[in-house]
Design a protein around this ligand. Sequence first.
Ligand code: FES
Length: 578
Amino acid sequence: MGTTVAIRKPEDLRSHRWFGGDELRSFSHRARARQLGYLPEEHLGKPVIAILNTWSDINPCHMHLRERAEQVKRGVWQAGGFPLEFPVATLSETYQKPTPMLYRNLLAMETEEILRSYPVDGAVLMGGCDKTTPALLMGAASAGLPAIFVPAGPMLRGHWRDQTLGSGTDMWKYWDERRAGLIGDAELAELERGLARSPGHCMTMGTASTMTSAAEVLGLTLPGAASIPAVDSAHHRMAAASGARIVGQVWEDLTITKILDRSAYSDAITTVLALGGSTNALIHLIAMAGRSGIGLTPADFDALARRVPVLANIRPGGAWLMEDFYYAGGLPGLLSRLTDLLHVDRVTVSGQTLGETLAEARVHNDDVIRPRDNPLAAEGGIAVLRGNLAPSGAVIKHIAAAPELLAHTGPAVVFDDYRDLKKRINDPSLGITADSVLVLRGSGPLGGPGMPEYGMLPIPDHLLAQGVRDMVRISDARMSGTSYGACVLHVAPESHVGGPLALVRDGDLITLDVPGRVLRLEVGDAELDRRRAQWTAPPPRYERGYGALYSDHITQADEGCDFDFLARSGATPEPDPR
Ligand code: FES
């Protein structure tokens, strides 16, 4: 499919309603633009480009975006646009508690409403730390204007002595080594200095790299943008080029709505699977597709997972890091090996089709980006499970789990919530063995609240000391994309609303069968009905404020955890500026 380019006139611009015409309000708006210091010739008749910047002092993943916004503005000015920067909520995966997932929909709402309520013709969306990407894209999809995404870019590789360190992945690993007594305080202090060495988001194939790559294959970034390290000069150039390109998108009326169709989301799933990406992508892509009026389900992921190989050899599922991925050819290199599985005729923000953007793509290292005849895994790294313990589904990133645990039956050891887990995980009276199945409940969208990333439950100290590094763990929580292990996540419905996870008792046998896609509680229906009748719903977590709004409207994991009133279709009136 070729690209249709419709060139609009200045009076067609949305911002013209604010600034054009002989009206009291436009007179007032022009006067206030002068107050801002702009001459009429600097902005009148030009596309107004909102730069939504998630920079803040508390977010190390976005610490360079204040400077990078200036490069975006340079591109906008050079292309004949009028850039306006808007600071929007910053969702720092490291610091925001209980989890930024609680606030993903808040940033999505802010994004949508800022784009709708101001004189904006097009948007540059800047972010990358985990929830930021889906939040910005969900809001932009609902607003429906031309939009381009500027990914924050991964940080440089971590270093410790002669080892490279991956965000999250090696933090968990070495923390366990210390708990097992294999390294001491001095080594830990060195690791603390080497784990995060530059601006940028986590440089493993965690949620950040997964979602920025998804944004790229959706067609919402310039080609190759998602893989560029945050501090590489190519990142500066990409930011400026994105600023220039959004001006063209506005004149061409190339809206986000024209880019995001079902085939785009299908390609995003394919790419996430080939990357061995984060399980969080299921929730985010379902929510994003919902904003485009497209009903994705976990089953869509599982169907594709059975035929998409894992080609990216990146931690936690593989060996390398995002910096290596960039040098090896980055996402365009990987996509060039998947073209038969992608819809290459789709249009992207560049104005070219996806296939055209891949014409120059090359792979420079066959170990980092594997060829199709030597994949890291023959099937995609994520499996969707069902059974009487997860009627609406659960997920496992089996590529990052010990293979011998992927078909396992063991007795449950149950923790009611994270506090209970922390208090009792090392209690010898629990009799936990390597065959036990650790169960954590009270950690879902409502119970967590916000589905915190508790899903990689810690291995008890005594088992760590024995050399045990993986166990079957089941929860209604999420897991960091940088984590690993035989962790069954997103069990739906969650325990807080009476899902079967609420009915599990210590000693119950649980069967995990990843090849058969089964998660089963080996307890008869009559006994489960008896337990269900005895179950009482926990009290609401919030009685007021944003938490109460969240609790009243959040959907379950298999539905994307969007707010029901944001996910539904329906009219939203454009504001009348006059
Ligand atoms: Fe921001 Fe990992 S903490 S991406």
